[in-house]
Design a protein around this ligand. Structure first.
Ligand SMILES: Nc1ncnc2c1ncn2[C@@H]1O[C@H](COP(=O)(O)OP(=O)(O)OP(=O)(O)O)[C@@H](O)[C@H]1O
Ligand SMILES: [Mg+2]
Length: 285
């Protein structure tokens, strides 16, 4: 994290020359871009029934950083995430993870979904985290040890033998995040993971996520429709709009380390201005 000022950097092309950058902030180059989205066109249906949802979207996420994907409901955020996860095939363009094209889902990309009910209801909390580790080749003992380690990080040791229906929404999301992080994916894909939580729990989990991401060096794509959340968790904020959606701007938010800082206010106002909002509402979400 540099101490650079938050600044709008304009569109980040997926490849080729980059746009001029304000405040001396360097753009991702192919070498340090863990995730590259290039000329992505996505939609639903086939042939004459094809309805585009995302039109020509390109951006990059540097290794160890988090890009926040921000835009109003229905603008195609989850659709982009699904394409990066390999759940849907682009109509045009491509996604690269670590320089390799994504053609199907894989353990290099772990997903935390928008819904709370994404855990295996018949498995305990510990098993929910251990099971994908066993499927991807760890021994039973190794998987249980790793799962216990991540439960500790999420402060959920006491809930190890509970089942998902015995957890609060926030606890379920922490298990889902632990499960994703335990796989040590190259890229973590988070789809509004804290969207349905009360503001206090949400802020606590946002701060926990930032701390964890820094500690583990995770690269993440974090979908949100909250400006305040994007400003806090994002290194860059990729702003989408339109139907089908395209990128309106990419705002650098690496200077924001604290939600109550001047940097957070400044970047929030900048994002609000891009989105055509009154800056005063930026932190009220
Ligand atoms: N399975 C689907 N079949 C057909 N259309 C879909 C499907 N999923 C999404 N869409 C359409 O694609 C567009 C983008 O949806 P998407 O779920 O990506 O939006 P979003 O930005 O994630 O919204 P939200 O913030 O509400 O989660 C919407 O118009 C939606 O109706
Ligand atoms: Mg969505």
């Amino acid at each position: 994290m540099s101490g650079a000022q938050g600044s709008m950097t304009g569109l980040l092309p997926g490849a080729g020359p980059v746009h001029p950058v304000a405040a001396g902030i360097e753009e991702a180059t192919p070498a340090d871009a863990m995730l590259t989205v290039e000329g992505l066109v996505l939609g639903y249906g086939t042939g004459a029934t094809f309805v585009p949802a995302v039109q020509d979207v390109s951006f990059q996420v540097r290794r160890g950083e988090t890009a926040a994907l921000l835009g109003p409901s229905g603008c195609g955020k989850s659709t982009i995430l699904k394409a990066v996860a390999g759940f849907m095939r682009p109509a045009a363009g491509r996604v690269l993870v670590g320089g390799k094209p994504v053609v199907k889902p894989g353990p290099d990309r772990a997903v935390v979904f928008q819904e709370f009910d994404q855990l295996f209801p018949w498995r305990t909390v510990l098993d929910n985290i251990a099971y994908p580790l066993r499927v991807t080749g760890r021994s039973r003992r190794e998987a249980a040890e790793q799962a216990g380690h991540w439960l500790g990080i999420m402060r959920l040791e006491h809930a190890a033998s509970r089942f998902p229906h015995q957890l609060s929404g926030g606890m379920k999301q922490r298990v889902a995040i632990a499960r994703a992080l335990a796989l040590e994916p190259a890229v973590l894909l988070m789809d509004e993971p804290f969207g349905a939580l009360d503001p206090q729990t949400r802020l606590r989990l946002q701060l926990e996520f930032i701390e964890l991401a820094q500690r583990t060096g995770a690269t993440a794509l974090f979908v949100t429709h909250s400006i305040a959340e994007a400003v806090l968790v994002g290194s860059d904020i990729v702003i989408l709009d339109g139907v089908p959606s395209g990128i309106r701007a990419v705002v650098d938010a690496r200077a924001v380390l604290d939600p109550r800082s001047d940097a957070a206010l400044r970047v929030g106002q900048e994002v609000s201005a891009v989105m055509g909002h009154d800056g005063g509402h930026a932190h009220g979400e």
